[in-house]
Design a protein around this ligand. Structure first.
Ligand SMILES: C[S@@+](CC[C@H](N)C(=O)[O-])C[C@H]1O[C@@H](n2cnc3c(N)ncnc32)[C@H](O)[C@@H]1O
Length: 267
């Protein structure tokens, strides 16, 4: 018990240190000269969010926040730091679902760049999927989740909220990658497993399934030392010319036409 308390205090202090460093480096919309990043900040991030979408989003969040029903979870990732294997939907929502400005970033990216084919690794209750699919109704979202019971909850949400442009795949990320030749994704959101080494392997395997302008969104880059170390490797990797640090999320793009540059941005 004492060890656990010390460990969680250490994690909080470590995260606070990261946050202070991030805020010192973070730029607003001024002082950025790259045209791609300038339009990203001034147009994509200022995208108006549809009112009907916002009211469905409020309703979905409310329903999940109040949902007392329990499901058996099979955790294929590095595992939640806080939950047992039988979990209430409201607990899964609280700990694992995308929320606030980070979930709106998903909507805005899908809305502004119109990615035709979107891939999400880690569906959970389908909140991230809902934002990506609603941001671009004409795009197709493939979302991959290894826990069947969780995926069934997500599917229920897609039906209830009339989200039609989603294919929900019951699979591990590895098995999906092995069976997905000849596909091409314009936007990839990786939000599962949370192990730095695994993240680097997935990104390597995704290279033949993506292209120069694919937007890779990586969640929880500061979730653990291993995730942050993978993030540091990626921002130094010559394959990705653009990297954007939003503290919790990171975005990387190959964009060979652009001089390699890293940006720390305030959302
Ligand atoms: C943080 S949650 C995803 C949250 C969701 N993307 C959102 O925006 O609300 C991570 C999910 O990834 C799934 N997952 C973790 N590792 C996986 C793996 N190797 N293969 C498939 N699913 C995995 C977990 O079961 C969990 O439901």
């Amino acid at each position: 018990m004492v060890f656990l308390l010390k460990f969680s205090l250490f994690c909080s202090v470590n995260l606070l240190k990261h946050y202070i460093q991030y805020r010192i480096k973070a730029k607003g919309r001024h002082g950025i000269h790259s045209p791609f990043i300038y339009t990203f900040l001034n147009e994509c991030l200022t995208t108006k969010v549809d009112k009907n979408f916002l009211s469905s989003r409020k309703k979905m969040n409310y329903q999940l926040k109040k949902n007392e029903s329990k499901i058996e979870i099979n955790d294929f990732g590095a595992g939640s730091k806080r939950l047992n294997n039988t979990r209430k939907i409201k607990e899964i929502y609280k700990i694992s679902s995308s929320k606030g400005k980070y979930s709106l970033l998903l909507y805005k990216l899908a809305h502004y760049y119109h990615p035709k084919n979107i891939l999400e690794f880690g569906t959970s209750l389908g909140i991230g999927t809902f934002h990506l699919a609603s941001g671009n109704n004409s795009g197709k979202v493939t979302t991959v989740e290894a826990c069947e019971n969780t995926l069934n909850e997500a599917k229920r949400n897609f039906t209830n909220f009339k989200i039609k442009n989603v294919t929900a795949v019951h699979s591990t990320f590895d098995a999906f990658l092995s069976s997905s030749q000849n596909r091409s994704f314009d936007l990839v959101y990786i939000d599962g497993h949370h192990d730095g080494k695994a993240l680097l392997v997935y990104l390597e395997k995704l290279k033949p399934l993506t292209h120069n302008d694919t937007i890779f969104i990586l969640d929880d880059i500061r979730w653990s030392d291993s995730m942050y170390s993978a993030w540091t490797t990626l921002i130094n990797d010559p394959y990705y010319h653009v990297s954007l640090d939003f503290f919790r999320m990171g975005i990387i793009l190959p964009r060979k036409q652009q001089v390699k540059e890293h940006f720390t941005i305030r959302l």
